[in-house]
Structures are given as C-alpha cells and as structure tokens.
Ligand binder design. Sequence first.
Ligand code: HEC
Length: 159
Amino acid sequence: MQESLTMKKLFALAAFGASLAIAPVVAHADDDAIVLHRQSVMEGIGAGMGTVVCVLKKQCDLPQKVVIRQAKTMHFLAKMNLEAFRAKTEGPLGVKTTALPKIWSDWADYEKDNKEMVEATEGLIKAAASSIEPQSLGPAVQALGKVCKECHDDFREKH
Ligand code: HEC
C-alpha cells in the first residue's frame, strides 16, 4: 500500500518534470516567488481595507481595539510593501502580474507613493484610536483610498 502510493507520487513527479521540459518558455522560479510575495502583501492591505470600510459603513460590528489592530497590521504591511517591490522582476513569468516596469525606472516616485501609504496608515491608526465612528474613521479611510488609487493609476496595468 505504502509502496504503491510512493510509486504513484514518483510517476506524478515524472509527469510533472516532463511537462516542464516541454514548456515553451522557462519561467524564472525566483521571480515568480517575488511576484507572489508582493501580491500577498498587497492582498493583506486590501483585506484590511475591506474590514475597515465594512466598519465605516456599519456593516461590521467590531470592537475598537480590533479596528486599531487592523490599522496597525496595514501600517506594518505598508512598510513591508516597499521591500516587496524593490527587486525588479522580468519576464517570462509563470504567474500573472499587473506591475508596470515603470516601478523600477521611476523608483523614487514609487518610493514616494509608498511613503504616502505608510503615512496614511499611520493616520488610520490615530483615527481609529480616537474613535471608530464615521466622523473620525471616514476621512482617514478616504485619504488612504486616495493613495491606493494614485499608485495603482501610475504603476499598475489597467485591469
Ligand atoms: C506604492 C504603490 C502602491 C500603493 C500605495 C498601493 N498599491 Fe496595491 N498594488 C500596487 C502594484 C504595483 C500592484 C500590482 C502587483 C503585481 O501584480 O505584481 C498592486 C496590486 C494590488 C492588489 C492585487 C494583488 C494581487 O493579488 O494581484 C490589491 C488587492 C491591492 N494592490 C490593494 C491595494 C490597496 C487596498 C491599497 C491602499 C491601501 C494599495 N493597494 C496601495 C502598488 C500599490
């Protein structure tokens, strides 16, 4: 039983290897990992934004301390985001990316946009710490949303 499973695994591996060998372009495994990493950082920020907007619209009833923690996580991820994008990735890639090459040719601008996101998440932490009512949370979420859009407009393929 054990043996036949192992054999099955070996055959599967062999088939996988063969499929790689006949693939028309060989993707850069490291670059793929870099793309997946930076996308997961962005997804984390996106998920945080979803939660905060849900609280703002009063569709999610979360305690204030959870909202503060969420804002802190977004702040941490925003700082991490700069490093996640620092390495220039070049095709052919095995994974889909919407990042524009302009990120690396205009790195100073990209860095500036990222800094604005770091500052806007700081603003979100402060706002949430003061109150999670719309008059406090609203302007901070709006300011952050503007920063997301600005960078996506400049550095991300339209999709
Ligand atoms: C400094 C620039 C910059 C800022 C600021 C920024 N993003 Fe992004 N974001 C990008 C780039 C570039 C991509 C494309 C990454 C790729 O496909 O390799 C991206 C992709 C994404 C994705 C898709 C990830 C995936 O799985 O493909 C989400 C979701 C996202 N961003 C959410 C946000 C939110 C929400 C904010 C604001 C809180 C934000 N981003 C702020 C540059 C930025």
